[in-house]
Design a protein around this ligand. Structure first.
Ligand SMILES: *[C@@H]1O[C@H](CO)[C@@H](O)[C@H](O)[C@H]1NC(C)=O
Length: 180
C-alpha cells in the first residue's frame, strides 16, 4: 500500500497558501501609493512676463479678473520655488472664471503639464474653487496622465505674493494624490 494521503498537512498547506495570497493582494489595495508635491504658479495679468489674459466678461475682454463673470485663460510658469527665476518645471494651462458675486472667488480648471524634473512628461488635472482672500484654500485633483494616471487627490493653495494693483500673484500649490 502507498503512503496514505496526509490530509492534515494538505489542508495546512492550502490554508497557508490562501493566507499568503490574501495578504499579497489585499494590503497594496488597502494602502494605495501616495505622492506629495509642492510647486509654485506665477500668475501675471500685466507686465512683460504676462501669461494670463482676460478674454470675456461683463465689460468684454478687458473685464477685470477681480469682477464677477470674467473669464481668463492662463499659461502660467510652474516652478520649484517661489521666486520668478526659480527652476521652471512646467506650465499651468487652463481657465479661471470669476464665479463669486462679490468677485472674491474664482472657479479654476487647469492642467499642470510637467516639462522638466521628476514628473517630466506627466500632467495633473486641477479643478475647484479658489477663494483667494483665504490664506489657505483646498482644491480637487481629479486625474492625471503619465506618472499620475488614475490619481485622485487634493491640494492646498496659498498666496505667497500678491500685487492687486498690477494683478500679479505667486501661488504655492501643495498637492497630495493617491494612485489606485
Ligand atoms: C503639504 O500639505 C500636507 C497636508 O496635506 C502637510 O502635511 C505638509 O506639511 C504640506 N507641505 C508643505 C511643504 O507645505
Amino acid at each position: 500500500m502507498g503512503t496514505p494521503l496526509n490530509l492534515t498537512s494538505n489542508i495546512f498547506f492550502f490554508i497557508f497558501t490562501l493566507t499568503i495570497f490574501f495578504v499579497a493582494y489585499t494590503f497594496p489595495r488597502l494602502q494605495p501609493k501616495q505622492t506629495n508635491l509642492v510647486f509654485y504658479v506665477h500668475d501675471h495679468f500685466t507686465g512683460e512676463l504676462s501669461t494670463a489674459a482676460t478674454v470675456a466678461g461683463k465689460s468684454g475682454p478687458a473685464s477685470n479678473i477681480l469682477h464677477f463673470g470674467t473669464v481668463a485663460v492662463v499659461d502660467d510658469p510652474v516652478t520649484v520655488g517661489p521666486s520668478d527665476d526659480s527652476k521652471l518645471i512646467g506650465r499651468a494651462q487652463g481657465i479661471y472664471v470669476n464665479s463669486q458675486l462679490d468677485g472674491k472667488g474664482l472657479y479654476m480648471v487647469f492642467s499642470v503639464i510637467f516639462t522638466n524634473g521628476k514628473f517630466k512628461g506627466s500632467s495633473l488635472e486641477i479643478q475647484g474653487s479658489d477663494i483667494f482672500t483665504m490664506t489657505e484654500r483646498e482644491f480637487g485633483v481629479v486625474s492625471g496622465t503619465g506618472y499620475f494616471r488614475f490619481v485622485k487627490g487634493y491640494g492646498i493653495m496659498e498666496t505667497v505674493f500678491m500685487d492687486i494693483a498690477s494683478l500679479m500673484a505667486t501661488l504655492k500649490l501643495n498637492v497630495t494624490v493617491k494612485h489606485y
